[in-house]
Design a protein around this ligand. Structure first.
Ligand code: PBG
Length: 341
């Protein structure tokens, strides 16, 4: 960078006018370096048993759990505006939860029913399912607990079965969110062996032990089960960044097609490092706590709702994300569409 010339030396100050390009809307549009489009969006929705049900989630105003029939309607709306992928998360009936979360491998569980129904009615939309046991376990942990510890290898066996059951239902993207070691490779082998070599794996590779997941745990009903427990023996320490690169490297070596960084807004540095280091499809998750935070401030009238939503999503693009899981996806897709984008 050259030093700016002193005023007296040139007599014309400043010599470079950065504001020239910012003067009008056409010019700002012309030089914009990043854009948010509908193609960037993955819409997470929550499922609940029953028919014609929409159950609000207190800590996520505006987000509801849908019964399968309503979820199919919502999938139609999402496809209409061109959202590429829907992510499905079940709020499991507490009566179906168990210590080892066997409901996760029930081929007729809520998420599998929803996958089949959406696939049949809206075949053009991609479907993503989480692989982890927390919606199904009475303790709310993502894996099997033995002597107070979430055991790795035995959990991975179970996750492989969960992945295959979801693929059989028609899931297009298997997304392990459990943070067990070695699970991507084992799931890849299990999927291939079952004839699902075309099913993609999106690994939650850099997933942090974050307090921003609170409202999600309300939504899927794992918060009460987890109680004062936490997931710090498997999810990453928010203090670390080199470790995220190791996680991503391992998951790619094991066969991940796409990788995820999660949460989003407080972890933009990780998104950028992952993208720069590996140049692979990089997904970011704007998690439930980020949604709650933005909406709470907007509801108070402290932030401009639309503007902060769009700015937060554009920031993900700027950081290098190729796709964004966000609870705002349907609303944002509709607004982008009506703006002709
Ligand atoms: C399950 C899972 C979680 C989220 C996505 N998958 C919660 C957790 O790990 O405790 C969080 C998503 C969000 O907060 O929006 N393993």
């Amino acid at each position: 960078m050259t030093q700016p010339a002193p005023v007296s030396a040139v007599g014309q100050f400043p010599t470079t006018r950065m504001r020239r390009l910012r003067q009008s809307d056409w010019s700002r549009r012309l030089v914009a370096e990043n854009h948010l489009t509908v193609d960037d969006l993955i819409w997470p929705i929550f499922l609940v048993d029953g028919d014609n049900r929409r159950v609000p989630i207190a800590s996520m105003p505006g987000v509801e759990r849908y019964s399968v029939d309503v979820a199919v309607e919502m999938a139609r709306h999402a496809a209409e505006v061109g959202i590429p992928v829907l992510a499905l998360f079940p709020a499991t009936d507490p009566a179906k939860k168990s210590a080892d979360g066997e409901e996760a491998i029930n081929a007729n569980n809520l998420v599998c029913q929803a996958v089949r129904a959406v696939k049949a009615a809206v075949p053009q939309i991609g479907i993503l399912c989480d692989v982890a046991l927390d919606p199904y376990t009475t303790h709310g942990q993502d894996g099997l607990v033995r002597n107070g510890y979430v055991v790795n290898d035995e959990t991975v066996e179970m996750l492989c079965k969960q992945a295959v059951v979801q693929a059989q239902a028609g899931c297009d993207i298997i997304a392990p969110s459990d943070m067990m070691d070695g699970r991507v490779g084992r799931i890849r082998v299990a999927l291939d062996a079952a004839g699902f070599e075309s099913v993609q794996i999106l690994s939650y590779a850099a997933k942090y032990a974050s307090a921003f997941y609170g409202p999600f745990r309300d939504a899927v009903g794992s918060a009460n089960s987890l109680g004062t427990g936490d997931k710090r023996t498997y999810q990453m320490n928010p203090a670390n960044t080199n470790e995220a690169l190791r996680e991503v490297q391992l998951d790619l070596a094991e066969g991940a097609d796409l990788v995820m960084v999660k949460p989003g807004m407080p972890y933009l540095d990780i998104v950028r490092r992952v993208k720069d280091t590996f140049a692979v499809p990089t997904v970011v998750y704007q998690v439930s706590g980020e949604y709650a935070m933005l909406l709470a401030a907007a509801q108070q009238g402290w932030l401009d709702r639309d503007k902060v939503i769009f700015e937060s999503l554009l920031a993900f693009k700027r950081a290098g994300a190729d796709a964004i899981l966000t609870y705002f996806a349907l609303e944002v897709a509709r607004k982008l569409r009506s703006a002709g984008k």
